[in-house]
Design a protein around this ligand. Sequence first.
Ligand code: BTN
Length: 267
Amino acid sequence: MRDILSREEILKYSQCGLSKESIIVLDTVDSTNLYCRELAASKPRNKTLVIADTQTMGRGRMGRKFFSPQSTGIYMSLLLNCNMIKLDINLLTVAAGVAVCRVLKNYCRIDASIKWVNDIFANGKKVCGILAESVSDANTNSHIYIIVGIGINISTPENIFPDELKSIAGSVYPIGITRNEIIARITNEFHGIYKKNDAAELIREYKIYSLVLGKEISFNQNGKAYTGTATDINEDGNLICHLKNGEIFTLKSGEVSLGSNCFVKTI
Ligand code: BTN
């Protein structure tokens, strides 16, 4: 199937008010998130979607790189003016994760789940990562734009992942759907979620996709290692963990590890 990124194709499936002018398709870029950050200086009024066929400096969380080879993935960022978002901006990562899972499930027939907070897994492998960043006003320090970057390994062959990713990363290999349609469907779902502004409903759905709830997890906070059971996700998207010593820990950020046999969801 021809799978060339095209804004006309994206517009065919788009139902979230994107115009031709608000979609930027690039062949190659350092990072679509960085591109959005530069774009924010021109003060766009609504939202802009930036996609690229490859990134030379794809960025992940915690200063990591996001492997972004040519034509085999989706590398997209949405630049959103905070004026248009009613949903708590801290929940936008959660919203993006749910949007991706819905599209993988409903349009690609892929059973995806989310490892708190925003790594998406399918068939035991990480297939998607999300990096949300803010652009703040230098004078008031308040957020004026949010950039939500989503990277999905669509058809990246296992053997080309860098060695350190080979055992962790995988691709979704969807059948009968193009990257353009997947991109449009994700932006539609994401738009629907933040317009609805129902945090409780969002978290309920996020919990259904969760890979960590009920499992033993370990994490580091302030240089200290903890182990316990992930028991809940609260309305702020924080992970509640019952530690082995009986204490309850609320994780607001960071990363958790799961045992290697835990990456396939059990219901
Ligand atoms: C992670 O897994 O740590 C997050 C990865 C986010 C990758 C996407 S690809 C599109 C956008 N541009 C970037 O440089 N990063 C995000």
